[in-house]
Each structure stands twice: as structure tokens, then as C-alpha cells.
Design a protein around this ligand. Structure first.
Ligand SMILES: [Zn+2]
Length: 310
């Protein structure tokens, strides 16, 4: 099972961040989750995942986007638990504040008058993900004109990505670094030549900075297609991860490995603390159910064929 995390924030950071709740886990929740996973499962790196195991269910921890809190909050916890991790970064957005447009929009609208609800912001972000890059940029430029920064959340500079020095330090500490495109483009919404450039440039930049090969990839927003998978294979990647919920098995396409997103709401109970039962249900049970559903799909046309003959 491959777990996807994005941000691990302490309580003060959780209150100030412009990131949507679906990509945030509180640090204390993450500490409990990592300790639980270290006891219950075998935490593995990508290469260990291909080897014979000790019989325990295996989990692989991945972090998308390269947020600075991966370095400050999450990775010290992983190290304490002796667990490996993979961080997927965008070289073109290293060391920046508000590096991704969803946080920039939440920051702009978070201070809007009349107020815009969190649900409305979330819905707008989902709609904008379907736009072309140019159309989205035009829309965001218009939003900037309408909602000039007015302090408040804009004064918070914690929504940042890691620096190259921090990436090198993580690499030296055994954290695996993978590609997440150069500037976090959703590959299925850009022209094929742009998709290839985003993939190629991200790999080149990481390999130049770390002086080692970088063969793992995570699709921004999880979006993939036959064409993007072919580009990745041609550019030398050996495995790529989606955000499609499911369990990674020997039958999975190595260029479309499913994962399970983990956020605060999916793993805490009524007390607001990490709940092993919620973790088991929302992460493992739902992933296995997705796998069973997927395996049942080929059976459907056969059944329909039989019925149509009857
Ligand atoms: Zn991402």
C-alpha cells in the first residue's frame, strides 16, 4: 500500500495555511500514525517493495509537491521511527512561497469581501484544474485584480517549498527524491510537447542537483493517460504513481501505481486524535475494496453478453 501525504503541519501552521484540508495532516496525528505504521506494518522504500518481505503488510510513505514542512516536520518523525520515505518535488518551484496556484487562490479569496466559503474555494479550484494553463492563468490574474492582497493570510509565509540545500540534505539522509514535473503541470491538460518538456526538465534538474539517477515519478493531481505513460517510459522512468485509490500489487501497471491519499479527516476519530480504526477503514479497507471493484470490471461485459444472448 502506498500512502500519499502532502503537508504535515503543527497546530499554529494548520490554522494559518492556505492549503485545502484534503492535503494536510497535523504533526501530532502524523507522529501517532507513523509510530502505529512502524509497529503494524513493514515500511519499505521503492526498491525494497520488489523484494521478498517478512510477511507483514507493506506500506510506502510518499510526499507530493516538496513542501518545506516535509523537511521540518515529517521527515524527523520518519527518521525517529526508522522508516524510509520518498518525496516528489517540482524543480521549477523550489524554495518559493505560495508555489502552487490553489494556495494562491485560497489566499486571495480567504480575505475577500463578501466572504467566500471554503467549499466554494474548493469547488473553484477543482473547476480550474480542468482549464488549460493559459486560461487558468488569465482567470487567476483577474482574481488578483479583483482581490488585492490585504494582509491576514498573505502575511503568512509558511506555505513554502523546500530549498535545494534541504533536498540535498534529505537525499544524504536516505530520503528518496522523485519527480513531480518541473512546474506542477497537470500532464493531461497540456500539449504533448509541453508534457514531455515538464517531465524531461524535472528529471534533468534533480539528477544534476543530486548527482544520481532519478527514476520515480508522481503525476500532479494524479492525472495520467496512455500518452503520458509512454512519455515517462521513453524519458527513462521506471515507475510512476497516480492518486487513484487502490492497493499496489504485482498486477499493477508500473507507470500507474495506485496510492491512498491521507489527510487529517481520514485518520482521526471523534476525539480529534489519530484513530487506528479510521486509518484501517479509510486507507486499507477502501483501497482493497477499490482493488476488488477494479478486478470485477472485466467480468461485467461477459455477463452482459450472456444476458443479451438469452
Ligand atoms: Zn502535487
Amino acid at each position: 500500500m502506498v500512502l500519499t501525504f502532502h503537508r504535515v503541519l503543527d497546530d499554529a501552521e494548520s490554522r494559518l495555511t492556505c492549503s485545502l484540508p484534503g492535503i494536510v495532516v497535523r504533526r501530532r496525528t502524523f507522529e501517532s500514525l507513523a509510530a502505529y505504521a512502524a509497529r503494524q506494518y513493514e515500511a519499505v522504500d521503492f526498491e525494497q517493495a520488489a523484494e521478498a518481505g517478512a510477511g507483514k503488510l507493506r506500506v510506502m510513505f510518499t510526499f507530493d509537491d516538496g513542501w518545506k514542512d516535509n523537511y521540518t516536520n515529517a521527515l524527523p518523525v520518519m527518521r525517529n521511527c526508522g522508516m524510509p520515505a520518498t518525496v516528489f518535488v517540482c524543480p521549477g518551484l523550489i524554495g518559493r512561497t505560495l508555489p502552487f496556484w490553489p494556495e494562491a487562490i485560497a489566499s486571495l479569496l480567504g480575505e475577500a469581501s463578501p466572504p467566500v466559503s471554503g467549499a466554494e474555494i474548493e469547488s473553484l479550484i477543482e473547476t480550474l484544474k480542468t482549464y488549460s494553463t493559459e486560461r487558468r492563468q488569465q482567470y487567476i490574474a483577474r482574481l488578483c485584480e479583483l482581490h488585492a492582497p490585504a494582509g491576514g493570510k498573505h502575511a503568512y509565509n509558511g506555505d513554502r517549498t523546500v530549498s535545494w540545500d534541504e533536498i540535498r540534505e534529505m537525499d544524504a539522509a536516505g530520503i528518496r527524491v522523485g519527480c513531480h514535473t518541473h512546474t506542477h503541470q497537470i500532464l493531461t491538460t497540456v500539449p504533448p510537447q509541453t508534457a514531455r518538456q515538464e517531465v524531461r526538465e524535472s528529471k534533468r534538474a534533480i539528477e544534476a542537483a543530486l548527482r544520481r539517477s532519478c527514476n520515480l515519478f508522481a503525476y500532479p493531481n494524479g492525472n495520467t493517460s496512455a500518452a503520458t505513460r509512454q512519455i515517462l517510459a521513453e524519458e527513462g522512468f521506471t515507475a510512476a504513481f497516480t492518486t487513484e485509490r487502490g492497493a499496489w500489487t504485482s498486477g499493477s501497471d508500473p507507470m500507474a501505481i495506485p496510492r491512498v491519499n491521507v489527510c487529517e479527516q481520514s485518520v482521526v476519530g471523534l476525539t480529534g486524535r489519530f484513530s487506528p480504526a479510521m486509518f484501517q477503514y479509510n486507507v486499507f479497507w477502501k483501497a482493497w475494496r477499490a482493488l476488488r471493484t477494479e478486478r470485477r470490471v472485466p467480468a461485467k461485459p461477459r455477463r452482459e453478453a450472456v444476458l443479451s444472448q438469452a
